[in-house]
Design a protein around this ligand. Structure first.
Ligand code: HPA
Length: 245
């Protein structure tokens, strides 16, 4: 069976409960990944773990070396990737604490190293990205959420913004018009790079705040941190269920 790799986002820079076997700092043609790749057992299954922002959290979304991260996970033997992303909720159903298994993505990021087909290469492959996320993996995440009974959406369009600032109200209005249900800063180019490496990839998003203009006030780091503290245990339960499925 494919070894699952988990990319932990904000609030999940380490995977408590992981029985660590090895910690490997990879050197890739694209530079250093955000952190060492941890391999070990979680819920009795072999798993790889990488902290997207480093551990402790120190790398901003636009400065993450996504290419090195994905490359390192592939080198470490990953056969599938589950990405954990903290997001803002745009659609009314996406309240704080809600979980969403994204099915589509719109990329609003810019200036990031977003492809392996750059520099001195023999040929460019235009990978298909019609369906950015792996259906089998999405199915497993949704099945786990169903069993656990956590409030969730089995579909959602993820809008990936540049950050590190949050969005203006007008930007969120535009994103809503575009069809985005959730907004985060790390969904791209990660998903596309996984596709270029032929790695099945899915995103489990945890809503940690209403997006700009979707509540009566402004967005504070305190509310985001509180939501993370309340939601990460649920994320870990889902991961455990997916691994043993
Ligand atoms: N916008 C973008 N990224 C985010 C948000 C948000 O509101 N919350 C958590 N990550």
């Amino acid at each position: 069976m494919a070894v699952h790799a988990i990319i932990g986002g904000t609030g999940l820079t380490q995977l408590e409960g992981l029985t660590l076997k090895e910690e490997r700092l990879f050197d890739t043609p694209y530079g250093a990944p955000s952190a060492p790749v941890l391999s070990g057992e979680y819920a009795g299954r072999d798993v790889l773990f990488l902290a997207r922002h480093g551990h402790p959290h120190r790398i901003a979304p636009h400065q993450v070396n996504y290419r090195a991260n994905l490359w390192a996970l592939k080198q470490a033997g990953a056969g599938a990737i589950i990405a954990i992303n903290a997001v803002g909720g745009i659609h009314a159903a996406m309240g704080t604490g809600h979980l969403c298994v994204a099915h589509q993505i719109i990329d609003y990021t810019w200036g990031r190293e977003h492809t392996y087909f750059a520099g001195d290469i023999e040929h460019v492959t235009h990978v298909d990205f019609s369906y950015p996320y792996d259906e089998a993996l999405r199915g497993k995440l949704n099945a786990a959420l169903q069993v656990l009974g956590y409030p969730h959406s089995s579909h959602g369009v993820y809008g990936a913004t540049q950050g590190p600032r949050l969005e203006s109200v007008a930007e969120i209005v535009r994103m809503e018009r575009d069809g985005c249900d959730i907004v985060g800063m790390t969904g791209m180019p990660e998903a596309a790079l996984a596709r270029e490496l032929d790695l099945p990839y899915a995103c489990l998003a945890l809503v940690v705040n209403p997006a700009a203009g979707k509540s009566s006030g402004i967005i504070t780091m305190a509310e985001i941190e509180e939501a993370l503290a309340g939601g990460i245990d649920k994320v870990k339960q889902v991961l455990a269920h997916v691994l043993v499925a």
